[in-house]
Design a protein around this ligand. Structure first.
Ligand code: ATP
Ligand code: MG
Ligand code: FE
Length: 347
């Protein structure tokens, strides 16, 4: 089976093709293409939803043609067309949904709407070192920060989550306060390499709360207070403040994640989402997990942020897990808000 996946939930257009092996086993990525709109949105300091939708329209068909050509697959050979149904920006989601359903209708093939976070969550299955169920997952992206128990495809139990900002948002907002360009996460991480993480005392919210929830909204306020206090001296201490901010975010993520794994009694951790690309987070998780005999799995670095490969992969794994591919009505809708633990393996 050949499955095309289309991602358009935010500011990257992603298209990918995976093959489900006839004899079973993990689906294989044949080709994928990505166009990031980061340059376009940078002038505005963040994603402009209407510009995002229009750019998805421009990019999605050329990318699809390129992916099919790279894999040397004809359009007519596709068996299923998958797309990101939510959560995300409504207008942006509608582009991927519309194109996928139009393709499906034209080819007479079923379409499958995928949960974007399930895509992130299953993206480590595209790595050479793929995980096995069950595991605890730390999903850290631009819009979400959740600890989950994952027993299989569509079997997600939320153990804890942020009560306000996501970890990626904390990176992005703090970076903006430091005058770094959008998206600030990787920029702040780069700047932090040359800084002292102990230079500034920043809060570790909910570190000892006893539950597995997170809170990052107070951190950006603390960063703002420090930046204001430094005033004209900020440039000289920018790397130190960046390093201190990153250390605060990472420490809370690592401690709560290890606690979640220990409470679950499992020996396996999966990290997914854009912040999963963060070097300090990987270093610290690797160290504490190695000391406790916990195996950690990550997506490949370039598949941490949004991409089509994870959507095609999630669709393929859903089909393998028994989801009926009966959706041939092509009457599509999108779900800008959509809790991950509300889905099951069959729908
Ligand atoms: P969601 O998936 O929750 O809808 P999203 O799709 O915007 O949100 P992702 O694409 O998974 O999120 O990740 C983007 C986020 O990851 C941004 O907040 C970005 O700053 C952050 N990020 C990417 N690389 C790094 C890094 N090296 N260090 C820290 N943060 C990073
Ligand atoms: Mg993005
Ligand atoms: Fe995402």
């Amino acid at each position: 089976q050949l499955i095309l996946g289309i991602e358009s939930s935010c500011d990257e257009t992603g298209v990918a093709l995976v093959r489900v092996p006839a004899g079973g086993g993990l689906p294989q990525l044949l080709a994928h293409g990505l166009h990031s709109q980061i340059e376009m949105h940078r002038a505005y300091g963040g994603v402009v939803p209407e510009l995002a939708s229009r750019d998805h329209i421009r990019r999605v068909l050329p990318l699809t043609e390129q992916v099919l050509a790279d894999a040397q697959v004809a359009l007519a050979d596709l068996d299923v067309v998958a797309f990101t149904r939510g959560p995300g920006l409504a207008g942006a989601l509608l582009v991927g949904a519309g194109v996928a359903c139009a393709l499906g209708a034209a080819l007479g093939k079923p379409v499958l709407g995928v949960h974007h976070l399930e895509g992130h969550l299953l993206s480590p299955f595209l790595s050479a070192d793929a995980p096995q169920f069950p595991f605890v997952a730390l999903l850290v992206s631009g819009g979400h920060t959740q600890l989950m128990r994952v027993d299989g495809v569509g079997q997600y139990t939320i153990l804890g989550e942020t009560i306000d900002d996501a970890a990626g948002e904390a990176f992005d907002k703090s970076a903006k306060l430091l005058g770094l360009p959008y998206p600030g996460g990787p920029e702040l991480a780069k700047l932090a390499e040359g800084g002292n993480p102990q230079a500034f005392k920043l809060p570790r919210p909910l570190l000892h709360s006893g539950d597995l929830d997170f809170s990052f909204a107070g951190l950006k306020t603390a960063v703002l207070t420090q930046a204001n206090k430094l005033g004209a001296d900020l440039p000289a201490h920018k790397a130190d403040l960046a390093a201190s901010t990153q250390a605060a975010i990472v420490e809370v993520l690592v401690k709560k994640t290890v606690k979640a794994v220990q409470q679950s009694g499992m020996q396996r951790l999966v990290v997914a989402g854009g912040v999963g690309a963060n070097r300090l987070l990987r270093e610290q998780l690797n160290a504490v997990c190695a000391a406790r005999g916990i195996r950690v799995h990550y997506p490949e670095l370039h598949l941490c942020t949004d991409n089509g490969a994870m959507i095609a992969m999630a669709a393929a794994m859903r089909l393998q897990a028994g989801q009926q591919q009966a959706d041939c009505s092509y009457a599509f809708d999108v779900k800008p808000r959509w809790p991950l633990d509300s889905i099951t393996a069959s729908a």
